[in-house]
Design a protein around this ligand. Structure first.
Ligand SMILES: C[S@@+](CC[C@H](N)C(=O)[O-])C[C@H]1O[C@@H](n2cnc3c(N)ncnc32)[C@H](O)[C@@H]1O
Length: 353
């Protein structure tokens, strides 16, 4: 089964990779043709629409290009993010009914982790504390260190960005977590771990970067120990209605523009994730739309970028970071239109083999 891509003749979707990065630009991005195999159990919005098949070489080349783009994007932008926002590179979780003060944002990012654990029935007082954790798409390791400390667990983080992996380890060592928390550059779609290793498989805002959602989900499940918990917190597009084959053209267009700046391939819906997990017999599959809970986040990020410190940091960073900043208002648009959903999806790997 194949996902549609962008051909030289111009038919479009939000599935693509950033090609020829050195020569592309925000106004004239070069987008190579790309199709992605996604496997047999993919659901509606992931289904091919009778497009011509492309060979696996072009898929591989596109995936390589995307991985390179993601690595470079985070190599370039992680320092400035850390400078302004600290070591968590994810949305905060807010009470939609209350006013939010700027000082609350970092606390809200920690709240996001705690709320995610609670949603997956792994709260502080849980008797079944995970002893081994993998942080898939770990950034500079904010979640890894927090989870390792909270549960007294060992945690291994993987990221595509060498700069992030190095910084994550530096912070862990400085905080006395050497030996308990470790980081390496590795691909979430080909994780360097044996099967059934981890009591908690954690993916906080990395799923949106994954070009093959089925492979991504399969890898999360493969490395989870029997009875282990999988938590995916990620950006999704809205669920399609039964009568819809795909998103509307203007919706695809908006996502395209976001994808180009943030190195994202195909989006899927929350229902797609749920369906993928159910199709491989995961237990207690649950999901929720937390879009309202993250609403104050992007306005706050934009505000911080417009401070003197934000502007000077941006100007000294590369164009990928600047472009990312310029596209931030589109995220707010996407949320306001109900197109972008901030989703949590959790499940448990069965104990039986
Ligand atoms: C928005 S950051 C989130 C970082 C971290 N989870 C956090 O909450 O602070 C996205 C992360 O996903 C990682 N990532 C994206 N695609 C990946 C892949 N195929 N394999 C491993 N990591 C990936 C990036 O390198 C980056 O660290």
């Amino acid at each position: 089964m194949w996902v549609e891509g962008i051909s030289s003749s111009g038919w479009r979707s939000h599935v693509y990779a950033m090609g020829h990065l050195a020569t592309s630009s925000p106004t004239n991005p070069i987008r190579p043709a790309l199709t992605m195999p996604i496997g047999e159990n993919a659901t509606n919005s992931l289904r091919s629409r009778g497009r011509p098949r492309r060979n696996t070489m072009s898929v591989r080349a596109a995936s390589d290009t995307l991985r390179k783009g993601i690595a470079e994007f985070y190599d370039e932008s992680s320092g400035i993010w850390e400078d302004i926002w600290g070591d968590h590179m994810h949305h905060g979780f807010y009470d939609p009914a209350s006013d939010v003060s700027i000082s609350d944002h970092r606390a809200a990012q920690i709240r996001m982790i705690d709320q995610s654990l609670a949603f997956a029935s792994l709260p502080d007082e849980s008797k079944q504390k995970p002893k081994s954790i993998v942080d898939v798409g770990c950034g500079i390791g904010g979640s890894s260190r927090y989870l390792a400390r909270k549960f007294g667990a060992k945690c291994q983080g993987i990221t595509l960005s060498p700069v992030q992996a190095q910084r994550a380890q530096q912070l862990a060592d400085a905080q006395g977590l050497n030996g308990q928390v470790s980081f390496e550059v590795a691909d979430a779609l080909n994780q360097p771990f044996p099967d059934a290793q981890f009591d908690l498989v954690w993916s906080m805002e990395s799923g949106e970067h994954m070009p093959e959602k089925k492979k991504f989900v399969n890898e999360l499940v493969r490395v989870a120990a029997p009875g282990g918990t999988i938590i995916i917190v990620t950006w999704c597009h809205r669920d399609l209605s039964p009568s819809e084959e795909s998103l509307r053209p203007e919706e695809k267009d908006l996502l395209d523009r976001i994808c180009r700046a943030f190195y994202l391939p195909e989006w899927c819906s929350t229902a797609d994730y749920v369906s993928l997990l159910r199709s491989i017999s995961m237990e207690d599959v649950k999901s929720a739309d937390w879009s309202d809970h993250v609403a104050p986040f992007w306005p706050a990020v934009i505000k911080s970028a417009l401070t003197w410190k934000g502007i000077t940091s941006l100007l000294t960073s590369g164009w990928k970071t600047i472009w990312g900043a310029l596209v931030m208002p589109l995220m707010i648009q996407g949320y306001n239109k109900g197109l972008i959903k901030f989703a949590i999806i959790t499940c448990r790997k069965p104990n039986r083999p």
